[in-house]
Write a protein that binds this ligand. Sequence first.
Ligand code: GLU
Length: 400
Amino acid sequence: MNMLSATLSRVKPSATVSITAKAIELKAQGRDIIGLGAGEPDFDTPDHIKEAAIRAIREGRTKYTIPDGIGELKEAVAAKFARENGLSYATGEITVQSGGKQVLHTALMATLDPGDEVIIPAPYWVSYPGMVTIAGGTPVVIEGGIANGFRITPEQLEAAITPRTKWLIFNSPSNPTGAGYSPEELQALTEVLMRHPHVWLMSDDMYEHIAYPGFDFRSPAQLEPGLKDRTLTVNGVSKAYAMTGWRIGYAGGPEPLIRAMRTFITQSTSNPCSISQWAAVAALNGPQEFLGDFRAAFLRRRDLVVARLNAIPGIDCPVPEGAFYVYPSIAGLIGKTTARGTVITDDEAFATALLEETGVAVVFGAAFGLSPNFRISYATSDEVLEEACRRIADFCSGLS
Ligand code: GLU
C-alpha cells in the first residue's frame, strides 16, 4: 500500500505487544497457552490506588487536565524523585504522560532532526529503535554481550559518539535482560558523557523498584550531578505499582525540554487519563511497603526460572540483577530439529516452534537486538512458571 510513509515502512511492529496479542488470541481459540511474553506484573493494582480512582470519578475529575499532568501529580513525582533518588526537580521540570513509552517517544519527537543519532545499547527494549526512527533519527546500536553481563563498556560508548549524537538511551535494570549497572560501572559511563557535553542522557528507570539483593540502583543524574542539566530521568507507575493498564509515566528534566515536550503533546494526545492521574498520586504518595512484597515474589520467581532453565542442556541463563525478565542464550540449540520437524535456525524459529508445539509464548531475542536468545517475563505465578519451564525442558529434550 503506497499511501504509507517511508518512515513507517522502516518500523517493525513491537514484538512484545504482537506476541502478547497473539497469545491472547490463541487462548481465546481455546488453546492451552502460557503467556510469558508481556512484561507486566501479575499482581492486582493495590486497593488504595483503585479507591483513589473511584473517588476521582465520583468527584467529577473527569475533564481535560493540564496537558502534561495535574499539579498534585507533578508534586508527587517531584517528592518521589527527592525521596528515592536524591534528585531535586521543580514542578516545571516534570512531565506526566500516558505511560513511560509516551514520555520517551515525546522526548525524541521534541529533539530529533534527520541525521541525529541516538545510541542504544543492545539488548534493548524493542521500542527504542522504532521510536528513534519514527522521530526521524538514526539508531546507533552498541552491543552489551552476554560475556559482559549484557552491559556496554565505557570504551564502546566512547567509540559510538559522533558529532551527530544527540542521546544515549540508558536502561538499568534492563528490559529484556534484567541486567543492572553497579554504581561503579555507571560512573564509568557518566565519565564518558561528561567528556562529550553535546550528548544528552535519557535514563529509563522503569524497573528501579525491582532490584534484587546485591544490586544498588542509582539514577545517573543522582550519581553524576554534572549531567543533570542534560538528563531526562524517566519512570512510571506501571511496573512498580502493578498499574500497566492505567498508562501513567513521568519524567524530570530541564525546563526547556519539558516545555517542548508539552508543546508536542498539546498537538497530539493532550493529557493522560485524568482518573489514572489521581490513582498515580495515591500510588506515589501512599504506602510503599507492599513494593517489598512484590520484590520478594519476583526474586523467588527469578531464582526458580534461572535454576530450571540452566538445568536444560543447550540453554545458558545468566542471573539478572533486577526487573522481571530473564534472557537466556540458546546458542546450544541452534541447528537442531524439533519433534515436529522444524529446524531451529534462529531464536525466532525457536520461539515460534515453542509456541506452536508447547503453547509457551516467549519473545525472540532478535527483537531486542541480540541473538540467539529469548526473553521470559516471569511476572506470573510460581505454578505457571513451573509448568512453563517443564514444557520448555520437554521441548528441548525432544530436539535432535
Ligand atoms: N514494556 C513491556 C514489555 O516489554 C510491555 C509491552 C511493551 O510496551 O513493550 O513487555
